[in-house]
Design a protein around this ligand. Structure first.
Ligand code: ZN
Length: 499
């Protein structure tokens, strides 16, 4: 049997997939187990690998194959999607000179190490030159890739294909107004008790609980693992999908909800169609959709009263002294407390998206050249006051708090808030189609919601662009009204107040 063009193409995209996975394992190792002294060598290894990936993706023979396959009459929908998505990735890559790709990879690895030391030391000045360098390179890349309206569009498109800064702004502006209105109406509401969340919780027992919990959700620990890192993340695809959390002995929700969140990401990656492994069809469609999975599990299921009706007695059994004087209802109120705070990863559902609006405004201005790194600490405080009414005293809880800019990920942040919006819309559709969803969750049974997500979100891979995937899954195009309705209903009940 002769090899077809599609066979050749498949061989090449599988090789590319493998190289991307290897790059992921180098990142995992850097953040989880690598000794500090290894950072210089690791930066070189990642630069080499990035160069290799770029070389493979921009290989003229891949371009010729794509041209021929574009006209091939016999491709099925999945094959056509693989061709289209590889074309998209390749078109972005061919514009960027290989030397810039390697320089960027090296600069990112070094900036990450500097950031890791600068954050605890509250030392923005040491990080600023690295940030400046990364922004300069990101702007250069945007210029090579091209954009319709502003440099930021070229970077955003990597994470949320087809989305522009103006389109994000059109969604975020009214979202910000709605959320600030809800926050205002909650201002002065009686505060639930939260004292017990900051008692001392043994990290080893926290880990025991998290591990059992994520296994219940459907996360397969035979094809994954749970580790610790400074910043929780998920990495991998298919049969090896790993998650990390950090255990804070003095703040119980931190690891609990990070574990559910990351398991939500991991369920997506473990749930891709096995028939399409190592191809674009076996990968996530966008970061916004990825985030919708983590937020749906973490917040909409994992912070619901029915969820804790099942799990609170188990948590209490593990921490009998610490939680002796706490009821399940008090626990639910406490883990859903709405309070403007400084740190994004610990923000509640009402204020979380406002944190994203802070970052979107800043990185858009940074990438478009309207502000420089030196302006950031003060701009950060100004935007925080604007959206959340509070500002950090230092940079540790301000501009230094996130990993994203330290690893050159500009244009990533909006996908978190888009994920919230997609998640609420998916949840509404799921509730329509699984009438006993609440009862299932109340018994610690997650197979029905997981299977619903597998069928409508995980297995389709990159068959359709994100907005079309959401439309097919929910019967309507993406729309922020579902999220606002969800927030008003949930917090109206929790705070016993019309929102
Ligand atoms: Zn996430």
């Amino acid at each position: 049997m002769t090899r077809t063009d599609y066979d050749d193409f498949l061989y090449r995209i599988r090789e590319l997939h493998d190289l991307h996975q290897i790059d992921g394992w180098l990142q995992w190792d850097q953040q989880v187990t690598m000794p500090a002294g290894g950072s210089g060598d690791r930066a070189a290894q990642m630069a080499t690998l990035s160069g290799l990936i770029h070389e493979r993706l921009t290989d003229p023979r891949l371009g010729e194959l794509l041209d021929r396959l574009a006209d091939a009459p016999k491709l099925d929908d999945a094959q056509a999607a693989n061709v289209r998505e590889t074309r998209r990735d390749r078109d972005r890559a061919v514009c960027v000179p290989p030397a810039l790709v390697q320089d960027f990879a090296r600069a990112k690895a070094l900036a990450f190490d500097v950031w890791q030391a600068a954050r605890p030391a509250d030392d923005f000045r040491s990080f600023a030159p690295h940030l400046e360098e990364l922004v300069r390179m990101a702007r250069e890349m945007a210029a090579h890739i091209g954009y319709a309206d502003e440099p930021y569009d070229a970077l955003l498109d990597e994470f949320e294909p087809g989305m522009s800064a103006a389109a994000v702004q059109a969604v975020f502006q009214p979202l910000g107004t709605e959320l600030r209105g809800i926050l205002d109406r909650l201002d002065g509401a009686p505060e639930p008790r939260t004292d017990f969340l900051t008692r001392t919780y043994d990290p080893a027992r926290q880990q025991t609980f998290c591990r059992a919990l994520i296994a219940d959700l459907g996360y397969d620990l035979e094809r994954g693992r749970l580790d610790e890192s400074a910043h929780p993340f998920t990495i991998g695809n298919g049969d090896d999908v790993r998650i990390t959390v950090r255990y804070n002995p003095r703040f119980l929700p931190s690891a609990l909800f990070a574990a559910i969140h990351e398991a939500g990401h991991a369920l997506y990656e473990q749930g891709v169609d096995p028939a399409h492994r190592r191809t674009p069809m076996g990968n996530a469609v966008s970061l916004g959709v990825h985030e919708s999975q983590s937020r749906l599990w973490e917040n909409m299921i994992g912070r619901s009263p029915e969820f804790w009706a099942h799990y609170f007695p188990r948590l209490q059994a593990l921490f009998p002294d610490e939680l002796a004087d706490v009821s399940a209802a008090e626990f639910v109120r406490a883990v859903n407390v709405v309070r403007p705070s400084l740190v994004r990863v610990e923000a509640d559902e009402v204020t979380y998206s406002l944190h994203i609006l802070v970052r979107f405004d800043i990185e858009r201005a940074l990438v478009n050249g309207a502000v420089g790194p030196d302006d950031l600490p003060e701009l950060w405080r100004e935007r925080m006051r604007h959206y959340l009414g509070i500002a950090p005293a230092d940079d540790r809880d301000g501009v230094l708090q996130d990993i994203h800019w330290a690893i050159g990920s500009f244009g990533y942040f909006p996908t978190y808030a888009l994920g919230n919006l997609y998640a609420a819309q998916l949840r509404e559709a799921m509730l329509r189609e699984i009438p006993d969803l609440v009862a299932q969750v109340g018994r610690g049974l997650f197979q029905k919601p997981l299977e619903w997500l597998r069928e409508r979100v995980h297995r389709p891979g990159r068959l359709h662009p994100a907005p079309e995937l959401i439309r097919r899954a929910t019967g309507a195009p993406p729309d922020a009204s579902h999220f606002i309705r969800y927030i008003r209903t949930k917090y109206g009940v929790l705070y016993n107040q019309a929102l």
